[in-house]
Design a binder for this molecule. Structure first.
Ligand SMILES: Cc1ncc(COP(=O)(O)O)c(C=O)c1O
Length: 462
C-alpha cells in the first residue's frame, strides 16, 4: 500500500520520481500484456485479482503471472525472464524446485500423501534438525505461523501465564498475539500502521518492547505474566535490525530470571547457516520455530525444544494425550509428502556446501551494493544476515524496529522494484530484501548490482 511516508534520505525529488515512475510504468505495461489481461479476468473470481493478498502488493500495476520457476529464474506468461532474488520471500531460498526435493515428492505423491501415521522420513528430518540446531526434540507443523501458534499455546500451558512478549515491528506470521505494536503514546496499538487491521482484537495478551532494549524487556518481564518471548535473533521484517553485542545473551538471561520461555524464530535467519543463527552464534533458546524453506517451499514447518521443555510438556499433558488436550495437531501436519520433502531438502539441498555458496554470493552482492552507494554518495546502507541482505534508506544501521520502519518509503520501494523488474530482476516486495540462492552465478549477482547502480545514478544525476 503506497502512503506518503517519505524517507529522510530520499535523494530524489518528488517531481523526478513521478516522471521516472511514469516512464517505468509504461514500459511495464508494454512488457506484460498477457499478465495484465489475466489479472483483469482474475477479478471475476479472486478478490482483487489474486489468490492471496500479498501477491497483489508488488508495487507494479498488476502482478506478473508465473509460467515457470526453476533454480533462480522465473519466466512469466508473457515470456519475460527474471533473475529471482525474492525466492518466494524465503520459501524457495535454495532455488525453485530443487531436484532432490522434486524427485522425493514425485515418488511420495504416488505412495501416500497423508495417512495420520508417521513415516521413516520423519526420523531423517528430526536427526538432521537436531544435529544442526542442537535441540533434541522436534515436532512438525504446516507453516511457520502455525509452529509459532503451537509454541505459544504450549508456553501458556507450561507457565500458566497468559501473555506473549514480542519486539516492536516484528512479524511472526498472522498471529493475533504478534501483531500489536507500540503506539505513539506508548500504548499497544493495532498493527494497522494505517488502520488496516480491524480484524485484530485489541487484547491485553501481548507485551511489546523495542529490540535491543534490555531495560524495557526486564521491565515488562518483571510483571511475571509473560509465558514466552517470541523473537527473531535478527529482525528481518521491518527492514533488518542486527542484535547489539550482548543483547541476545541478555535476552536469554532475563527470560530465565523471570520464568518466561524463550522462543527463537529462525524462519528467516536460517539464512545465516546450516543451523541458523542459533548454531552460528551459540544461542540457547527453549524452543526454535522454523518454516518456509526447509522443504524447498512445500508447506512444512517445525518446532524444536530442549529436554527440559519435553519433560515439562509430558509432565503437564501426560505422554499420551487423549483427544489432544493441548489443542495441537493439524490434520495434515507431519504428512508423508511434506515430511519426505523436508528430509530430502535438509539432507540434499540445504547442505553446508549450498550455504557456503549462498553466503559468498551474498557477500559479493552486498559489497557491490555498498560500493554503488558510495560511488553515488547516497546515504543508504546495506545490512547482511548470511545469504540475505536488506538495503535501507538510512545511513546507519537501525537499532530498533521503529527506527528501521521510520525509513520505510513505499514510493521509493515500489519504484525501485518496478525499475528492477523491467530489467528482469525480482526482489522481495514490501521492502528491499535480496536473497542469494546457491545457483546464482557471479554474473547474476553483478547484474543485480549493476541495475541498482543505474537506478541510483539516475536519481542523483542533474
Ligand atoms: C520470521 C517469520 N516467522 C514466521 C513467519 C510466518 O511464515 P508463514 O507465513 O509461512 O506461516 C514469517 C513470514 O513471513 C516470518 O517472517
Amino acid at each position: 500500500m503506497i502512503t506518503d511516508m517519505k524517507a529522510r534520505y530520499r535523494v530524489v525529488s518528488d517531481e523526478k520520481l513521478a516522471a521516472l515512475k511514469a516512464r517505468e510504468h509504461a514500459t511495464f505495461l508494454q512488457r506484460t500484456p498477457r499478465s495484465r489481461a489475466t489479472f483483469e479476468k482474475a477479478h471475476e473470481m479472486l478478490l482483487n485479482g489474486v489468490p492471496m493478498p500479498w501477491m497483489g502488493d508488488w508495487g507494479t500495476a498488476h502482478p506478473i503471472f508465473v509460467q515457470k520457476a526453476s533454480g533462480n529464474r522465473i519466466i512469466d506468461i508473457d515470456g519475460n525472464e527474471y533473475l529471482d532474488f525474492c525466492l518466494g520471500d524465503t520459501g524457495a531460498m535454495f532455488g525453485h524446485s530443487p531436484e532432490p526435493t522434486a524427485n522425493a515428492v514425485a515418488d511420495q505423491v504416488r505412495n501416500g500423501i497423508t495417512t495420520m501415521l508417521p513415516t521413516e522420513s520423519a526420523l531423517v528430518a528430526g536427526a538432521e534438525l537436531s544435529r544442526r540446531f542442537g535441540l533434541p526434540y522436534w515436532q512438525v507443523a504446516m507453516t511457520a505461523t502455525e509452529a509459532n501458534r503451537y509454541v505459544i499455546r504450549i508456553s501458556r500451558a507450561l507457565t500458566r501465564r497468559p501473555k506473549v512478549l514480542v519486539m516492536n515491528e516484528c512479524y511472526h506470521g498472522s498471529l493475533d498475539e504478534s501483531l500489536p505494536h507500540i503506539g505513539p503514546d506508548g500504548s499497544l496499538e493495532l498493527r494497522s500502521d494505517y488502520d488496516m487491521n480491524p480484524g485484530l482484537p485489541k487484547d491485553q495478551l501481548t507485551r511489546v518492547v523495542e529490540f535491543n532494549d534490555l531495560a524495557a524487556l526486564e521491565r515488562e518481564l518483571a510483571h511475571r505474566d509473560v509465558a514466552c518471548v517470541l523473537a527473531e535473533p535478527v529482525m528481518t521484517n521491518c527492514g533488518m535490525v542486527l542484535p547489539q553485542p550482548g543483547y541476545l545473551e541478555g535476552l536469554r538471561e532475563l527470560c530465565t530470571r523471570y520464568g518466561s520461555i524463550l522462543v527463537i524464530d529462525e524462519t528467516h535467519t536460517f539464512s545465516t547457516g546450516p543451523g541458523g543463527y542459533t548454531a552460528a552464534y551459540g544461542l540457547k533458546p527453549d524452543f526454535i520455530t522454523l518454516g518456509k524453506s526447509i522443504a524447498g517451499g512445500i508447506p512444512v514447518a517445525v518446532y524444536g525444544f530442549t529436554r527440559e521443555m519435553a519433560a515439562r510438556i509430558n509432565a503437564t499433558f501426560g505422554r499420551k494425550s487423549v483427544s489432544d488436550p493441548m489443542g495441537i495437531g493439524g490434520t495434515l501436519s507431519g504428512n508423508a509428502f511434506a515430511v519426505r520433502a523436508m528430509a530430502a531438502t535438509l539432507t540434499e539441498v540445504a547442505t553446508e556446501e549450498a550455504f557456503t555458496r549462498m553466503i559468498a554470493g551474498q557477500e559479493r552482492l552486498s559489497d557491490g551494493l555498498d560500493a554503488a552507494l558510495r560511488q553515488h554518495d547516497i546515504p543508504w546502507s546495506v545490512t547482511r544476515c548470511g545469504a540475505r541482505c536488506e538495503l535501507q534508506f538510512m545511513p546507519t544501521l537501525p537499532v530498533t524496529g521503529s527506527e528501521a520502519k521510520s525509513q520505510f518509503d513505499w514510493e521509493l520501494i515500489y519504484y525501485t522494484h518496478l525499475y528492477l523488474s523491467n530489467r528482469g530482476i525480482l526482489i522481495t516486495p514490501f521492502h528491499n530484501m535480496m536473497l542469494v540462492p546457491p545457483m546464482a552465478s557471479d554474473a547474476d549477482i553483478d547484474r543485480l548490482v549493476s541495475v541498482w547502480n543505474d537506478c541510483m545514478a539516475e536519481f542523483v544525476e542533474d
